[in-house]
Design a protein around this ligand. Structure first.
Ligand code: ADP
Ligand code: MG
Length: 783
């Protein structure tokens, strides 16, 4: 008997083993093959019946080859090969024309073979035929009626195949492997299997490949999904358990400190969600173990103030807090708005500063050296209770007197490694960590992608928020709508409000347009992102969203968490993209608007290539109402908060991702005035336009991120997640299997609490070790 870890060759033979190894995932062991699951199952009933074929129809039929013949062509060189197939009710001819003899086809399409044949039906000399059909052979069997009955009821597994190995050949190898294998161990604990009425492992593997009926394969798949969900959640639960083994300095709330003074002066009432999240965080901070919490919420739900209250609690307990922002624009804004919100409370040592006052320092990569030295000093001496910065905060020489809390804003641009780098700066033990997402993501995704964090959600928006009306402006079909767009901007400005105009690209001389033209779609999107981003080399700066490369949702090889609200990934209209012009640029659009439609308005540009102090100046002038219109890249995508801005025009909107558009739109409608978002596009009706219509149709960021997710390939959801890379999620879908994932998490939590190192579960432990090993191997291969 063979084991799952045995090589395939002795079982399936040299030739098949080679072909299986060459398949995408590289099937080398019995276990590899048996966990290569069918993509679907065919049943005869679902297919077109041969007796009912009509001319011109595109059909797939399932039939058996009854006879074959071959004859030379009459007037030309070459041959005609004909196979007649039958499903017991009707007959159909398959015709293939070849330049020479077609012996290989004759060998393949032998009488008795069963297959799926698809093509367009035509009639030739009174006979129905498919000319050059595509086909997938599903094996051979004894001819005759007995076989036909079996054939009619059998579920045929259809595997993802390649040009070198057909689905039925894979099925043949699977049959050999199933006959040879002996499976004694079951990775799922027995009591769990009983509780959830799950198949045993051996039974599930048999049934997933050779199901007796629909119920059988459904049960098998359910069980195998449990393996995936449970193992992943056990790994994550172990990680959380490990982190509770770390020691942190407890920072419990005090009565008459900064936080109390701040709360007393708060100009608004906290939402219930903010209250609840605040209470959870306050309790976490009082513990002896580090907090690892993800605060996720809708755009504009008021995450900053929740985080700030946590920071103040830590300062009250003699600690410091670091706030890490993904872009310089956002770091500067946080510095301004937090200083302003704190008022005298942030003016320690200054005239008018309050008694308990602290200081807020700003540290970015491109600030002047005097400012930088002062910030470094304030961080190291402990004078600054809050240190806000970009990735410059991660540099080695940045020291804190007593770092108690790390807040990471708009997480998708910072990765695990960055978190680690910051953690290392705590003097004693580990700091508490609060992570905030940029984009709301479905809970199961949060539980998996951010699975080592506890999740708190803010769904409610503060009262008095105005709705944002979103419209698609089809500039190619209705050019006058574009004129109307600029009219609307002027009307808003006429009312004393302000507008953003976002373009996918910076433009200008050092911006080779050919870059976009030569590589439209993905590459152009990436280029746009790269240059739209902030400051110099590093993480935050090129606005790398996770695995920006392929637009996946997940965690990049470098450990960057990515919710890739990436601009410009293509959605299958590749052909059309080849013809696409370069994306509109900030520089060009600003110049055109200033000369034409918006000549009377005060307009400025903002993008990542501006020097740091220039960016700050422009943002400040805009926030202060000295500018009417900001023509900008996605540097304003996250976090930027100017309540008086009411209009957002997004040029070439089809080049941005759904979540990214939602983020951008979140920049308006923040004050008491209704927001307006215009998505300008030249894309023709089709998938790209559908995405824009979806954004226009809802303001629910969770719904949009689901949509974003649905449009990605399943395997990409996790991307190169730390635990659970592509290889370990085959059947599980994060969106559809929410309930199962929730249950698996619960079970994993309980198991790990009782038996953290899985001493009582050797089979599970071994399966997890194998999974992590495979992940590591894959990781190394990529690196
Ligand atoms: P996000 O969750 O997107 O980061 P912010 O923290 O930037 O949102 O908050 C958006 C705006 O809402 C800020 O101007 C903030 O001062 C304001 N805000 C936050 N909480 C409340 C509240 N409870 N009531 C009114 N305004 C609030
Ligand atoms: Mg924010």
């Amino acid at each position: 008997m063979a084991k799952l870890s045995d090589p395939l060759r002795p079982i399936v033979g040299e030739k098949a083993a080679k072909r299986l190894a060459a398949l995408g995932p590289g099937l080398r062991t019995v276990g590899d093959l048996l966990t290569y699951y069918p993509r679907r199952y065919e049943t005869r009933g679902e297919l077109t019946d041969l007796a009912g074929l009509r001319d011109g129809e595109h059909v797939t039929v399932q039939a058996m080859i009854a006879s074959v013949s071959s004859r030379p062509m009459r007037n030309r060189r070459g041959s005609i090969f004909e196979a007649v197939v039958t499903d017991g009710r009707g007959q159909l001819a398959l015709t293939f024309f070849g330049k020479g003899r077609q012996d290989w086809r004759e060998r393949q399409l032998a009488p008795g073979q069963h297959g799926l044949f698809s093509g367009q039906v035509s009639t030739f000399r009174g006979k129905r035929q498919l000319s050059h059909p595509e086909y997938e052979l599903i094996g051979s069997g004894p001819a005759g009626s007995e076989r036909a009955v079996e054939f009619a009821t059998e579920l045929i597994p259809i595997y993802p195949a390649s040009k070198d190995i057909a689905s039925w050949q894979i099925a043949d190898s699977v049959r050999l492997a199933l006959a040879a294998v002996q499976i004694d161990d079951d990775p799922l604990p027995e009591d769990l299997r009983i509780r959830h009425k799950l198949y045993g492992y051996a039974r599930a593997l048999h049934a997933v490949h050779r199901p007796a009926d629909t119920g059988d394969y459904m049960a098998a798949r359910q069980r195998l999904k449990w393996d995936e969900a449970f193992m992943l959640q056990v790994v994550l639960a172990q990680r959380r358990w490990l982190s509770t083994e770390y020691i942190a300095q407890p920072r419990p709330p005090v009565d008459n400190g900064l936080l109390a003074a701040f709360d007393a002066e708060l100009p608004f009432e906290l939402t219930r969600g903010q209250e609840a999240a605040g209470a959870t965080i306050a309790a976490d901070l009082g513990m002896e173990h580090p907090m690892h919490r993800l605060l996720q919420g809708e755009v504009g739900s008021g995450k900053t103030v929740v985080a700030l209250r946590g920071m103040l609690q830590v300062i009250d307990a003699a600690g410091q807090a670091a706030l890490l922002a993904p872009t310089e624009v956002l770091a500067q804004q946080h510095h301004r708005s937090i200083s302003q919100m704190l008022g005298p409370l942030a003016m320690a040592g200054q005239l008018g500063g309050a008694d308990q006052a602290t200081r807020v320092a700003l540290l970015t990569g491109s600030q002047g050296s005097a400012a930088r030295r002062r910030a470094l000093l304030e961080a190291a001496s402990g004078e600054a209770g809050i240190v806000i910065g970009t990735h410059a905060l991660l540099e080695e020489h940045v020291q804190f007197a007593d770092l108690g809390l790390i807040v990471i804003d708009e997480q998708h641009r910072f990765g695990v490694e960055q978190r680690e780098a910051l953690r290392g700066k705590a003097a004693e033990g580990r700091p508490h960590v609060l992570v905030m997402t940029a984009t709301p993501i479905p809970r199961t995704v949060a539980m998996t992608v951010f699975g080592d964090l506890e999740v708190t959600e803010l769904t409610e928006l503060p009262a008095g928020r105005s709705p944002i009306a979103t419209h698609v402006v089809p500039a190619a079909e209705k050019p006058h709508y574009l004129g109307r767009t600029w009219e609307r901007v002027k009307e808003e400005v006429g009312l004393g409000r302000q507008a953003y105009i976002v373009c996918p690209r910076i433009g200008g001389q050092s911006d080779p347009d050919s870059d976009d033209a030569a590589a439209p779609g993905r590459r152009a999107g990436r280029a746009a992102r790269r240059e739209a981003g902030d400051e110099a080399p590093g993480i935050a700066d090129d606005a790398t969203y996770g695995t920006a490369d392929d637009g996946t949702y997940g965690i990049a090889d470098d450990g960057t968490y990515g919710i890739a609200d990436d601009g410009g990934f293509d959605f299958g209209d590749g052909e059309a993209e080849e013809q696409r012009r370069a994306a509109l640029s900030v520089i060009d659009v600003a110049a055109q608007l200033q000369e034409g439609p918006l000549a009377d308005l005060r307009l400025a540009v903002l993008h990542g290539r501006l020097p740091s102090d220039e960016k700050d100046k422009v943002m400040l002038a805009f926030a202060d109402g000295q500018l009417d219109v900001l023509v900008t890249t996605t540097v304003v995508e996250v976090g930027v908060d100017v309540p008086n801005a009411t209009a957002m025009v997004i040029m070439d909107a089809d080049r941005f991702g759904v979540s990214q558009l939602h983020q951008l739109r979140g920049r308006v409608g923040r004050g008491g005035h209704p927001g307006l978002c215009l998505l300008v596009t030249e894309a023709p009706p089709g998938p790209a336009r559908d995405r824009l219509d979806a954004v226009a149709a809802t303001q629910d960021g969770f719904a949009l991120s689901r949509l974003d997710l649905e449009q990605r390939r399943e395997g990409d959801v996790l991307g190169a997640a730390q635990a659970g890379r592509k290889s370990s999620l085959k059947l599980l879908t994060l969106l559809k299997d929410e309930e199962l994932i929730g249950q698996a998490r619960q079970e994993a939590e309980e198991l790990v609490a009782a038996d953290p190192v899985l001493a009582g579960q050797p089979a599970l432990g071994a399966a997890i070790a194998a999974m992590l090993d495979a992940d590591r191997a894959e990781y190394l291969e990529k690196a």
